[in-house]
Design a protein around this ligand. Structure first.
Ligand SMILES: C[S@@+](CC[C@H](N)C(=O)[O-])C[C@H]1O[C@@H](n2cnc3c(N)ncnc32)[C@H](O)[C@@H]1O
Length: 217
């Protein structure tokens, strides 16, 4: 269940409570890091689930979840500072369809997500690991399509964006090798229009967004 509201103030140092004091944190504690999540405990309404991996400060998540109250969202991010910023944005927007999780994304998808639970995986500007010897750290690697396949509901989609040409090539290669299970599709304009924090910065520097989307057959 959602966490209780955070206390407003230290009584010795009173101040006017803000909206953040009224809203419980969206950051969800893990009761186990080996058992799969009980997603029914996360959201008030059972609705289709979308997941963002490496959500950063979460401007995408907050905007997209605001546009889609008929869906539930989980944002996964390993840096606590970024997750806290996302938490503040989500609470200011009074979002009740978003949960935030601090954990490593690949482990989360492979070991903690229940099978076939997600309609969508959003992966935007994953860390590029540009040095050849570090490429094994990339989130989208040869194993990823299989891991994603287990987490996605029938007809589910992986949406990807990157600024990095080499990473984009790798994305296309690994999904081409999984063409028996995934078909390349277009990203809907409505989704492309929701620009992420990093995307805005890259585009401002003249670096284009490379997009791909793969739907489970
Ligand atoms: C370049 S930022 C992009 C953030 C956001 N998606 C955007 O487009 O604005 C990549 C984010 O993914 C997070 N990240 C990288 N690898 C991760 C992993 N294996 N598990 C969870 N988060 C990860 C980083 O901490 C960072 O916040």
């Amino acid at each position: 269940m959602l966490n209780p509201p955070t206390g407003p103030t230290n009584p010795a140092n009173p101040r006017t409570p803000s909206i953040l004091d009224q809203c419980p944190t969206l950051i969800q504690p893990f009761t186990s890091i080996t058992e799969r999540l009980k997603l029914e405990n996360f959201f008030a309404n059972p609705q289709p689930l979308e997941i963002e991996l490496g959500a950063g400060d979460g401007s995408f998540m907050v905007r997209y979840a605001t546009q889609h109250p008929e869906r539930n969202f989980l944002a996964v991010e390993r840096l606590l500072g970024r997750l806290r910023k996302l938490d503040r944005k989500g609470r200011r927007a009074a979002l009740v369809n978003v949960g935030l999780l601090r954990i490593e994304a690949a482990y989360f998808v492979e070991y903690l997500l229940p099978a076939r639970c997600a309609q969508t995986l959003h992966i935007y500007f994953p860390d590029p690991w540009p040095k050849k010897k570090h490429r094994k750290h990339r989130l989208i690697n040869a194993r990823f399509p299989e891991i994603a396949r287990q987490a996605l509901a029938p007809g589910g989609v992986v949406y990807l964006r990157t600024d990095d040409a080499d990473y984009f090539e790798q994305v296309q290669e690994v999904f081409a090798a999984a063409a028996g299970h995934f078909a390349a599709i277009e990203t809907p304009a409505e989704l492309s229009a929701v620009v992420t924090d990093f995307e805005r910065e890259f585009n401002a520097q003249g670096i284009p967004t490379r997009r791909a989307a793969y739907q489970l057959k």
